[in-house]
Design a protein around this ligand. Structure first.
Ligand SMILES: Nc1ncnc2c1ncn2[C@@H]1O[C@H](COP(=O)(O)OP(=O)(O)OP(=O)(O)O)[C@@H](O)[C@H]1O
Ligand SMILES: [Mg+2]
Length: 419
């Protein structure tokens, strides 16, 4: 039986074999409870991909995203990779601990529990919040307010761009952008005061900016560069902003600036790498960046737009050339932006039941497998961590069992039984 490797084309397979892949799980052969684990499913990590991770509640999406992060850390090309994991629920800090409770299950896979050298980043202004609640973190990050466009501000503030406040915002920001490279929120407030707009409009906008200062994400300059270090796994813990709509707007701003910055840096690096390649040098100028986003429909929704929508769509559409990869996890593929769905070249789908989500899954892949999706989902055994891998490259679909995590998964389902 040939080895299964998804996301890898024939040319790479011939030249590199399984170098630069990770193992996500094992192929399931047979149906329902009769299904048994067969070959390992390797997963290409060397080339840029857009990956979707789907499944209804509690089926293993966050867990699988963690498996992917572990594989990127453990692969033989990890020195050329860098991973950013966007963690809206604050569950990935536990990757620093070995998954001792699954030692038995791991042994069946010839694996052992392992702690990962992940770095948990939190917004600088929220340090006290984390410390009071004794939540672990390693470092902080800040964003530079002058890197935000008027449009991104208005999305973060939930303002109509053509409302009076929206227009004032646009004028203030473009004036500042013209005259200086760098400014702070106080500079925005000072300048706003000098514009001839109704006091009431000014006050409204002023309040929004004063709130923004409390988000704890803005600093003198952006420190996002440290999130793309070679071989590092950076967990961006944005759980602190709460479940309200405004919490998601703030998270989207963080993702927007991060996605823009990384893409820009990779585009520059790519040019240098190409020159190096011509001269026979092979070390990457900058690592290939994987961004793993949990609850991705909140950042790149089908309906409406967030500050992160445009930057993430750029990754999806042009990310192949500069070398950036995206993995988007969501309960409902139907709620994800259709361009992200149509550009996805690898899908890992755990069980889905809603018709519109199954249809969305069917629509992504070409007609060759559309009709089979229902059948494949029905045939999955009723166990956590089972799912389907759809590989656009080989035009194949594989039922699989995702492997157990080497590191601790903190997103488990709590129960109220007594010990
Ligand atoms: N591959 C696996 N092997 C063993 N257990 C797993 C696997 N995948 C998931 N689980 C178990 O299922 C539980 C739920 O998984 P997970 O937290 O990933 O769900 P989810 O799909 O992200 O759910 P939600 O939509 O609520 O975020 C995990 O805590 C874990 O115990
Ligand atoms: Mg989850």
């Amino acid at each position: 039986m040939p080895k299964i490797s998804v996301g890898r084309d024939d040319e790479d397979r011939e030249e590199h074999g399984l170098k630069g892949t990770g193992i996500i799980g094992k192929h399931l052969v047979g149906e329902k409870e009769e299904a048994h684990k067969a070959n390992s499913i390797h997963f290409d990590l060397a080339r840029p991909h857009v990956m979707g991770v789907f499944g209804k509640r509690g089926t293993g999406k966050s867990y699988s995203l963690g498996v992917l992060a572990e594989e990127i850390q453990n692969t033989d090309i990890s020195q050329n990779l860098s991973t950013i994991l966007i963690d809206p629920m604050g569950i990935y800090w536990s990757m620093k601990r070995p998954n001792d409770r699954a030692a038995g299950a791991l042994e069946e896979w010839d694996l052992t529990p392992e702690a990962f050298d992940a770095k948990v980043y939190i917004p600088e202004g929220k340090v006290r919040n984390f410390e009071e609640r004794e939540m672990p973190y390693d470092d902080t990050f800040t964003l530079d307010p002058s890197e935000l466009s008027a449009q991104e501000w208005s999305m973060a503030f939930n303002l109509e761009a053509n409302s009076e406040a929206g227009i004032l915002l646009e004028r203030v920001i473009s004036k500042l952008d013209e005259s200086r490279d760098n400014y702070r929120i106080e500079d925005i407030l000072n300048l706003m005061d000098r514009f001839d707009f109704p006091e009431e409009v000014k006050n409204r906008l002023e309040n929004r900016f004063m709130n923004a200062q409390d988000w704890g994400i803005f600093g003198e300059k952006s420190t996002l560069d440290k999130l793309t270090e070679r071989e590092e796994l950076s967990i961006v813990d944005v759980s602190v902003f709460g479940e309200m709509g405004s919490g998601w707007s703030i998270r989207s701003l963080v993702v927007a600036l991060l996605a823009k910055k990384v893409l820009r840096q990779r585009m520059t690096a790519r040019r240098i790498e190409e020159i190096d390649e011509m001269e026979g040098l092979s070390e990457n100028e900058m690592p290939i960046v994987w961004m793993l986003i949990d609850e991705a429909h909140e950042f790149l929704p089908r309906d409406g737009e967030t500050a992160a929508s445009h930057p993430l769509l750029r990754w999806v559409k042009i990310g192949r050339e500069p070398g950036v990869s995206l993995a988007l996890a969501t309960q409902q593929p139907y709620k994800l932006h259709p361009d992200a769905l149509s550009q996805a070249d690898i899908i890992l789908s755990h069980r889905l039941t809603a018709k519109q989500d199954i249809d969305a899954l069917g629509n992504i892949m070409h007609t060759y497998m559309r009709h089979d999706i229902d059948h494949y989902i029905d045939a999955l055994p009723d166990r956590v961590g089972t799912g389907l891998i759809l590989d656009d490259n080989s035009e194949r679909i594989y039922p699989l069992q995702v492997r157990p995590r080497k590191s601790w998964h903190a997103g488990g389902t709590p129960d109220a039984f007594e010990d």
